[in-house]
Write a protein that binds this ligand. Structure first.
Ligand SMILES: C[S@@+](CC[C@H](N)C(=O)[O-])C[C@H]1O[C@@H](n2cnc3c(N)ncnc32)[C@H](O)[C@@H]1O
Length: 209
């Protein structure tokens, strides 16, 4: 499992003017906890599993900046993004996959709907559509689901690999609109990360608050 702690969020917030954090896949809430140390105006995190979502809600109930949503990542993005000010960038931490499995509450193959099991492609399509022209920053966990590479924690274990070989790629990130608007970086630490940063930061970034 990757961790948002791999990233220093302050320079990303300053360079790209990120005022909001949106996480897909809350898990135990470690990403939310880390993000809460930074001065985001709002933090949303969505979790598909009812027990995991309930525990996280309780954990962050006292923090008015944090909202834990219990639905699919697609549903949450479709509902929340249209209401977010386009002038303020969002920092996305896209980490939803295998409902319940990382915490022993399900197996990696239990979810038969591929878009709920591995929602990344649909999430990116929604973000591109609802935040157009998109000048947000996207941090994506678990690159090893999609590609081979010298990952710090090794290759994707066979028991957790549910993608057929023809879908094991990030072609959906390498083509427009992302290839036109964002630079892409790969990191091989942990289970691998993809970072998409806008080629043209918002006009007031840096001084942004
Ligand atoms: C790796 S964990 C998240 C860890 C967390 N982001 C962190 O940084 O600590 C992945 C989580 O995504 C959830 N999940 C899986 N598919 C989902 C979906 N389609 N929508 C929302 N959450 C999903 C899983 O139930 C699991 O709790």
């Amino acid at each position: 499992m990757g961790t948002l702690r791999f990233f220093n969020l302050q320079p990303l917030m300053e360079t790209f003017g990120c005022r909001y954090l949106f996480e897909t896949g809350t898990g135990m809430g470690e990403g939310v906890r880390y993000a809460s140390f930074y001065q985001f105006d709002r933090i949303w995190s969505v979790e598909i599993h009812p027990d995991i979502a309930a525990t996280a809600r309780e954990r962050f109930a006292d923090n008015g900046r944090i909202e834990i949503l219990h639905e699919t990542s697609e549903q949450a993005l479709a509902r929340v993004l249209p209401g977010i000010d386009r002038e303020k960038a969002v920092l996305f931490w896209l980490d939803a996959h295998f409902p319940g499995a990382d915490f022993g509450l399900a197996s990696y193959r239990d979810e038969s709907d591929a878009d709920r099991r591995l929602p990344l492609q649909r999430e990116l399509e929604l973000i591109a559509k609802l935040r157009r022209p998109c000048r947000d920053v996207l941090l994506i966990d678990d690159l090893r689901i999609y590609e081979e590479g010298p990952f710090g924690e090794g290759p994707m274990p066979d028991f957790a690999q549910t993608l057929p070989p023809e879908l094991r790629n990030i072609d959906f990130v390498l083509r427009p609109p992302w290839s036109e608007s964002h630079d892409l970086q790969r990191f091989y630490e942990n289970t691998g990360y993809l970072v998409l940063t806008p080629r043209h930061p918002p006009p007031n970034a840096g001084a942004a608050r």
